[in-house]
Design a protein around this ligand. Structure first.
Ligand SMILES: Nc1ncnc2c1ncn2[C@@H]1O[C@H](COP(=O)(O)OP(=O)(O)OP(=O)(O)O)[C@@H](O)[C@H]1O
Length: 199
């Protein structure tokens, strides 16, 4: 079981290629770090693996099947700014319900309080809203999580809580996680394998 990108290439418009002929694998059950200098293409790669951008070269497969982003994407991407990921006009209960993610265990592990669910996104703090985004991403159909600077803006306690919940979820679900981060300590603590990009 593996999330696999083969011979990937991407360029924005007529700009130079960000990368070319790139192969990457993240096994289910694996926590893999992706590190590299600013601008080298880590976020671009994350978007391609999650199917959020159209491939220009190569292909991505999820557990041996070509990746097609449907209503239940098995590859979930969580970024830094949750306010851009949720519908500002929906109360958060609806946001979680729409994703089929009302699992009380997950909510408890992420310390999501029931009262938050009756609020709009702008009525929560950044850290509270990020927990909602993470909960939404970790549904039963999710096979791989791509965490692109997912906890960078958060305080140490919230960071630790979120990662603790993600690691427990990954273990239960036998899911793979790709951790994109500039924080070396975090990568060293979490990841069994680290990919240095560009490679
Ligand atoms: N929408 C865009 N249009 C044009 N160029 C872009 C766009 N998004 C990113 N780029 C360029 O593509 C390259 C790779 O960007 P990307 O965000 O993938 O890098 P990164 O490694 O994630 O960087 P950082 O560590 O700073 O987040 C950079 O040179 C960037 O300027």
């Amino acid at each position: 079981m593996v999330l696999e990108g083969k011979s990937l290439g991407y360029r924005y418009g007529k700009e130079a290629w960000v990368f070319h002929n790139l192969d990457i694998q993240v096994g289910a059950d694996e926590i893999v770090g992706l590190v590299g200098p600013s601008g080298c293409g880590k976020s671009t790669l994350g978007q391609l693996l999650a199917g959020h951008m159209r491939m220009q070269e190569g292909h991505v497969s999820v557990d041996g099947v070509p990746h097609r982003k449907g209503s239940r994407n098995p590859v979930q991407l969580v970024l830094q700014h949750p306010e851009q990921a949720v519908n500002p006009r929906w109360k958060l209960r609806r946001t979680l319900q729409e994703s089929g993610m009302m699992d009380p265990v997950m909510r408890s592990e992420l310390s999501i309080e029931d009262t938050w669910l009756d609020r709009y996104p702008n009525e929560l703090s950044g850290g509270e809203l990020q927990r909602i985004w993470v909960a939404r991403a970790l549904g039963p159909e999710t096979r791989y999580l791509i965490a692109d600077e997912m906890t960078t803006m958060l305080d140490a306690i919230t960071q630790a809580q979120i990662w603790h919940a993600v690691l427990r979820w990954a273990e239960r679900q036998r899911a793979g996680v790709l951790v994109i981060s500039h924080e070396r300590e975090l990568i060293e603590r979490l990841c069994g394998r680290v990919i240095h990009f560009p490679f």
